[in-house]
Design a protein around this ligand. Structure first.
Ligand SMILES: CC(C)(COP(=O)(O)OP(=O)(O)OC[C@H]1O[C@@H](n2cnc3c(N)ncnc32)[C@H](O)[C@@H]1O)[C@@H](O)C(=O)NCCC(=O)NCCS
Ligand SMILES: Nc1ncnc2c1ncn2[C@@H]1O[C@H](COP(=O)(O)OP(=O)(O)OP(=O)(O)O)[C@@H](O)[C@H]1O
Length: 189
């Protein structure tokens, strides 16, 4: 079974690429989605640590972002709880796909290089786009500000370094057709 890791900085198009992989019937694991599932299924886990984020029985991600992107100790605390749970879910996904005799799978992991997870994969694909497009796409998000974006970018390995470490770079600066063709060639050539 070939295991592909998909990574890239904020708003570089990882989810966009993952959705195209799905169109080719490739099994995809999404780490950000795993975090969201943990928030929904075990909100008390986060509420215990960050009670100010627990609003109407739910975790308010905007409040949590304000905290963790401004306080390194709190971010590390949150990561120390979430990352092992996300890794466990990923292992279960990979084991299940292996059992199903899946030939190829993709794991979308935003912090792949930052956490040194690349060694678990056969190929690393990096999503990349020009900086101005990344900025435009990130700024279109709800609650995003230039300050929050620069705090997030400071925590992530710069795009040019990720591209050097990649086995393959998929450029999302073009239209959907361009990304589709890149994925098709990655899968079939
Ligand atoms: C801060 C949270 C609540 C924001 O959730 P929200 O749905 O609004 O945004 P989303 O998850 O899409 O993240 C926005 C961007 O920030 C990046 N980001 C999130 N957490 C981190 C982090 N700890 N370090 C660096 N970048 C991060 C994401 O990769 C993405 O590019 C959420 O990202 C979170 O709980 N982060 C901590 C867990 C984590 O490290 N997740 C990243 C991969 S498992
Ligand atoms: N080639 C493209 N053509 C049109 N829109 C695109 C393209 N690539 C990405 N986008 C859009 O850019 C935005 C950011 O992309 P996406 O959400 O896939 O990034 P991401 O890397 O998963 O972000 P994050 O790091 O925050 O999880 C989305 O609205 C997506 O639809």
């Amino acid at each position: 079974m070939k295991k592909i890791a998909l990574t890239g900085s904020i708003a570089m198009g990882k989810t966009f690429i993952a959705n195209i992989f799905k169109q080719f019937s490739v099994a995809v694991y999404d780490s950000d989605l795993a975090v969201k599932e943990i928030f929904e299924q075990q909100p008390e886990l986060i509420a215990k640590l960050f009670p100010e984020c627990y609003v109407d029985g739910k975790i308010d991600k905007n409040i949590l972002s304000q905290i963790i992107f401004n306080d390194p100790q709190k971010r590390k605390k949150l990561e120390s709880i979430l990352h092992p749970l996300v890794a466990k879910k990923r292992e279960i996904f990979i084991r299940r796909e292996k059992y199903k005799r899946t030939k190829i799978l993709v794991c979308d992991i935003a912090l792949l290089f930052e956490k040194n997870y690349q060694r678990y994969f056969d190929q690393v694909v990096v999503a990349s786009a020009p900086k101005f497009m990344q900025n435009k796409r990130a700024m279109a998000r709800k609650f995003m500000t230039q300050d929050r974006l620069s705090s997030i970018l400071k925590l992530q390995m710069p795009d040019h370094k990720k591209r050097i470490k990649a086995d393959k770079v998929v450029y999302t600066g073009g239209n959907r057709g361009s990304v589709y063709r890149q994925i098709k060639s990655l899968l079939y050539s």
